[in-house]
Write a protein that binds this ligand. Structure first.
Ligand SMILES: [Zn+2]
Length: 316
């Protein structure tokens, strides 16, 4: 059978969904979420990961369309494999597991074992084209949400992850209560939002060495690091963040360097370093870090104090 637009229209209208207690909307909502990210240009390749963007979009649609069941994006991300156009590309070492009949349905288990999911290339190309994308979106909405057509059209104009970031940024970030962190999916979104805001206020540059690399997909090489560890303090305020390249993030978390209250750098004196092609870490001693443009995002004094104390305990 030709895998053309009418073929996938039939597929989308006949998704194999659970009907044990009413139609479960998992698969249509996942597909709508993916289509939304494709139309926003956030998914540009036929490699679909369980990203914070995808989870946030899915949760936003779910909370507006499904009043009863709890969301779990892991379910459709796994079970869509039964519909004949969705496949998993395994992470190295998990090939046998992915090709077996084992059901992997939690976000963390999927993230550990699946590199990405991919669609039939024919389907991906149809979703990439605005006209056929509109047709397939229309089929999903009219088949699965015929009573909520207008509501969905409004929802699909919202960039859910962007909205979460903007809300968080306007509050300067947030300190969480432990009970707010129980849901795995919202925790992934929370963490990614914090990190994205932190690296953006530092303009995607390492605060220590100044390294900035961006590619055409908008990817970059820095991490949004917590100064006081999130696992102890649940502190996602932006001024508990620091943008660091991979090496300097690793070194900062192990207290190989710390910062004075005037943001100058203190390097441990027990490091033996040979760095023929990059500036050695010792060369940053007494220099100031690169600070964000806005003072409200400078590292907060109590976070630096906490980090310095741990640094001096390590070297003592
Ligand atoms: Zn660096």
């Amino acid at each position: 059978m030709t895998r053309d637009l009418s073929y996938y229209c039939r597929k989308f209208a006949k998704l194999n969904v659970s009907r044990s207690s009413g139609v479960a909307p998992n698969k249509p909502i996942l597909l709508l979420s993916i289509i939304e990210l494709i139309s926003q240009g956030q998914i540009r390749q036929n490699q679909i990961t369980l990203s914070a963007e995808l989870i946030a979009t899915f949760l936003n649609l779910w909370s507006n369309l499904e009043p009863v069941r709890q969301p779990n994006i892991g379910l459709p991300f796994f079970h869509l494999r039964g519909d004949g156009f969705w496949y998993h590309y395994p992470k190295p070492g998990f090939e046998l597991l992915i090709n077996s009949h084992v059901k992997i349905r939690t976000v963390s288990a999927l993230q550990q074992t699946v590199e990405y999911a991919y669609l039939d290339q024919e389907l991906f190309e149809l979703l990439w084209n605005p006209d056929s994308r509109a047709t397939l979106t229309g089929i999903l909405i009219s088949t699965w949400f015929s009573d909520k057509t207008q509501q969905i059209e409004q929802l699909l104009q919202v960039d859910a992850f962007q909205e979460i970031q903007e809300r968080l940024r306007s509050q300067g970030g947030k300190v969480y209560q432990p009970e707010e962190l129980e849901d795995e999916q919202t925790s992934i979104v929370r963490d990614a939002a914090f990190r994205k805001i932190v690296i953006s206020v530092y303009e995607y540059r390492c605060a220590l060495c100044g390294l900035q690399i961006l590619n055409s997909l908008g990817q970059n090489i820095v991490d949004g690091a917590h100064i006081k560890p999130f696992s102890q303090f649940y502190d996602d305020r932006i001024n508990n963040g620091l943008s660091l390249c991979k090496n300097h993030h690793w070194a900062f978390d192990r207290f190989w360097f710390t910062l004075n209250d005037n943001y100058t750098i203190v390097v441990a004196d027990d490091l033996r370093e040979d760095s023929p092609h990059a500036t050695p870490i010792r060369a940053f001693q007494n220099q100031s870090i690169i600070l964000p443009a806005h003072e409200q995002y400078y590292p907060r004094q109590d976070t630096l104090e906490w980090h310095r104390q741990a640094f001096f305990e390590r070297v003592a």
